[in-house]
Ligand binder design. Structure first.
Ligand SMILES: O=C(O)CCC(=O)C(=O)O
Ligand SMILES: [Fe+2]
Ligand SMILES: [Mn+2]
Length: 223
């Protein structure tokens, strides 16, 4: 069962606000969300959003250009059996070129209300082609209500599964250069994962997974 992009949902409209809605390229046939049951979508839409083409090709290249030298010095970690992420290297970054800083400011302005306390360090996760992220809920100790990530170099599928009812499942198609925002019920009540290349199929359509870099902003936990 698939759905038109979340901009059809009133909750998301409220979340996005008028200015951001106009930035959304939503066309009726563009479907980025596929849910195991139709009733899930209205429940999840407050706080969940995908913005296709949030960054331009030039902005993607500039971000990769700034990140690549530091990443190249690290090795991909294959991961312990119990670790959430396989085939990855990661870093956190505070200082950015003015061009990249303005892209990150756009992410923050889009994902968080004005004045929200945010982690100043941006999390950068580089998944190799064979890499993937197993289901997990981000630690409530280190991350607040909202996770906002831009996706560089590859499209991918993010799967959300209800912690209490595993039959409740939503796949998000995250196109290369999109911004996704996980807030509201999906932040705490659903695990999120990034599927490996072999499993990367959305509504019957293969979505080849290449190397993927995500650049993630988070807000701070309360207190
Ligand atoms: O790569 C992503 O988009 C998500 C990463 C993630 O889930 C995490 O670092 O906790
Ligand atoms: Fe996560
Ligand atoms: Mn993490």
């Amino acid at each position: 069962m698939s759905f038109v992009l979340l901009c059809g949902q009133r909750g998301v409209r409220a979340f996005l606000g008028a200015r951001l809605l106009s930035a959304l390229s939503c066309t009726p046939d563009q479907s980025l969300v596929s849910a195991s049951c139709p009733a899930l979508l209205p429940r999840l839409s407050p706080g969940l959003a995908i913005y296709p083409d949030f960054i331009s090709e030039a902005e993607e290249a500039a971000l990769c250009g700034e990140l690549e030298p530091g990443l190249r010095r690290k090795r991909y970690e294959s991961g312990h059996w119990d670790q959430a992420i396989h085939g990855f290297r990661e870093t956190e970054r505070l200082q950015w070129s003015p061009e990249n800083a303005s892209v990150l400011q756009r992410v923050r302005d889009t994902a968080f209300p004005p004045g929200e306390a945010q982690l100043s360090l941006v999390h950068v996760l580089d998944l190799q082609k064979e890499g993937y992220i197993k289901p997990h809920v981000d630690s409530v100790k280190f991350c607040g209500t909202t996770i906002a990530g831009i996706c560089l170099l590859s499209s991918s599928i993010m799967r959300l599964v209800s912690v209490d009812k595993p039959e409740e499942r939503v796949d998000l198609l995250l196109p290369r250069r999109c911004l996704y925002v996980l807030g509201g019920p999906v932040r705490y009540d659903f695990t999120h994962e990034i599927l490996r290349d072999e499993e990367s199929v959305f509504n019957g359509q293969r979505v080849p997974r290449e190397r993927r870099i995500s650049v993630i902003c988070r807000n701070l936990p309360e207190s």
